[in-house]
Design a binder for this molecule. Structure first.
Ligand code: HEC
Ligand code: HEC
Length: 267
């Protein structure tokens, strides 16, 4: 009896849990197939038919291998319009997105099938909507510290971007959607380092997102912000424009005193 009951129980549990999985894997396969077709038409020229990467005759990379970059990288690159890349250059900038969400998801599934890599994050990973006011304050404080130590070197203190070697630049990141911030951290586009979940936990990533949002919402308290370019640029401005103006003014005063005008009259 016990054996029979046990068998029934395992069988019942199995049927209760397995169908959902079987269903998704069937539709996953369809998605991968659809993604492969899109990939062959739009991406294989640079990334190879199986995403293995393509080298030019001189040994340069036409497109890197996509094995193991994961669905998150595709969602980021295609979702921000960076891919398909229009022309080779120092920077792969954002441009209008050329694929629908479904097409992007299909290509992401295809690239994910090539090798294990970071998956597209769930909304609960990056959304800061559900936080209470205190939680948000705390997240902003923690995120600020993470941002100051890890991101300001390239993206500037206010997240407004900066120049990079070899003609590239780190873009302004204040208006980037939370999902793409998260995916940029996961995939490390171009010369940006990768902040995997082992490096920067999902909670810490969300703290950074909260901080970026607070920077964007921060009201400007008047004055000339100069784009928050940092102490060097601001100091240079003070020296050249500020001190320059004062020196000019001093020379002007010196040239217009009674003494100078008297001397002119006498001679
Ligand atoms: C070594 C320099 C460097 C560091 C450090 C760095 N980034 Fe970046 N980041 C870049 C570059 C370069 C790009 C542009 C990549 C591209 O256009 O493909 C970029 C792109 C991004 C984007 C995508 C912007 C967009 O327009 O879609 C986000 C978001 C981002 N970075 C956030 C961060 C955060 C948050 C940190 C810190 C945890 C960080 N970055 C650290 C260099 C850096
Ligand atoms: C004209 C050539 C070209 C085409 C077409 C192209 N790519 Fe790329 N792709 C590149 C290059 C070059 C890079 C490397 C950019 C860099 O990071 O400096 C890249 C990078 C990527 C990355 C980031 C890899 C990583 O390590 O994070 C992904 C993902 C990607 N491409 C997906 C696609 C998809 C999907 C398509 C088709 C919709 C596509 N690409 C079309 C040239 C191309």
């Amino acid at each position: 009896m016990v054996l029979l009951l046990g068998l029934l129980l395992t069988g019942g549990l199995y049927t209760a849990f397995s169908p959902a999985q079987a269903d998704t894997s069937a539709s996953d396969e369809e998605l991968v197939q659809q993604g492969r077709e899109l990939f062959l038409v739009n991406c294989s020229f640079c990334h190879g038919q199986n995403g293995e990467g393509v080298r030019t005759v001189d040994g340069d990379q036409l497109g890197p291998s996509l094995v193991g970059v994961g669905a998150a990288a595709v969602d980021f690159q295609v979702g921000t319009g960076r891919m398909p890349m229009a022309q080779p250059g120092a920077q792969v900038p954002r441009k209008p997105v050329s694929f629908s969400d479904e097409e992007t998801a299909a290509m992401a599934a295809f690239v994910a099938s090539l090798g294990p890599g970071p998956a597209i994050p769930d909304e609960s990973d990056y959304s800061i909507e559900g936080m209470s006011a205190e939680e948000r304050e705390a997240a902003i404080a923690r995120g600020g510290q993470i941002f100051l130590t890890n991101c300001t070197a390239c993206h500037n203190f206010t997240g407004s971007g900066g120049a990079m070697p070899r003609g590239g630049y780190a873009p302004r990141i204040l208006d980037v959607e939370p999902r793409y911030v998260y995916e940029a951290l996961l995939s490390g586009p171009q010369s940006m380092p990768t902040f995997s979940n082992g490096n920067l936990s999902p909670d810490e990533k969300r703290d950074v997102i909260a901080y970026l949002q607070s920077l964007r919402d921060d009201p400007a308290y008047g004055g000339f912000g100069m784009g928050g370019l940092g102490p060097v640029a601001e100091g240079m401005y003070a020296w050249i424009a500020g001190i320059g103006l004062l020196v000019g003014f001093a020379v002007w005063i010196a040239a217009h005193t009674t003494r100078t005008s008297k001397e002119k009259v006498e001679s």
